[in-house]
Design a protein around this ligand. Sequence first.
Ligand code: F2R
Ligand code: MG
Ligand code: MG
Ligand code: MG
Length: 312
Amino acid sequence: DPERTRQAAPGALLGTLVGDALGAPYEGSPPTTTEKARGRLERALARTPRPYTDDTQMALALAQHLLGHPHVDPDALAAAFRDAFEPWRGYGGGMHRIHDAWECGLPTAQAARVAFAEGSLGNGAAMRIAPIGVRWGHDPERLADVAARSAQPTHVHPVGEDGAVVQARAVGRAVARGGFTPQDLAELAEEAATDELARGLAEAASFEWPASLGDPHVAIADRLGHEVLADRSVPTACWVAATSADPGEAMLRALGVGGDTDTIAAMAVAIRGAADGGEAVPGELVDACEGSPQVRAVADELADAALGGDAA
Ligand code: F2R
Ligand code: MG
Ligand code: MG
Ligand code: MG
């Protein structure tokens, strides 16, 4: 459905931006109640524009790359990440070392192992993946293949790569179906390549929390995780997306879960935004973020590319 892709593209990319920029002040915060999460959001909105961080910077670079390389070329993508890199955007420690290795001319595959010999299992390849969900949401098999390739410059650890594939599949499902529910969590668990992601998603799919116990945020952070590792944040973001009625609620829930707040919010609001469309992402949140016109423009270009056919 072309109209769905046109709506989903800005939803997914603006969702990444809003979650990142409004979650960033609370990266590293403990989980809290919904009421206090509302306070976190109000304080973020009180001083604008909110700068985006590495999550959006890399998503923008990946989106631009996809326009010229729809199936992803890891060497060219590494060069795009290198050129976009601004060190003050809050990158992970391993990313600074990989960037230096690129600057020193190390081949992509070697640079990907300079920080951690087995590769990074951080959520950095997942946090930036929404453009691939938009571009390939109509073709799940190709989507998984392209998502895995997009992780190669920075996240060659199987868990880091699988986190990226799972998050791409989640956005892709939301793009293709215009919805995202707990049933999707169970299906994503079955498709996961690693035990770590499969376990986290299965736990997310079966998580039950009686309303009488109050907000689930502490229990979610404990059981599913809210840390920087892919298997401790991607299932959490998928759970937030599946249990929120709209992108605004996903933003609040992610602020409540805390921990790697910018990244969990970026991933959760991207999925919810893809499912509900760009119009469903509150304008007040979008307008508060640095770079929203640029993100909107590249989302439209990506939708054009996705609708242009698979031959590209
Ligand atoms: N890094 C942050 N936030 C904290 C630092 C910000 C700082 N205060 C500042 O302002 O500069 N946020 C961003 O990083 C996350 C994405 O990380 P990515 O791209 O995966 O990076 P990295 O370094 O590869 O992995 C992150 C950490 O995970 C641990 N780790 C990864 N692989 C490991 C391995 N094989 N063995 C052991 N540990 C591993 C390390 O602690 C890494 O540093 C997002 O939250 C983004 O917002
Ligand atoms: Mg960040
Ligand atoms: Mg190519
Ligand atoms: Mg983060």
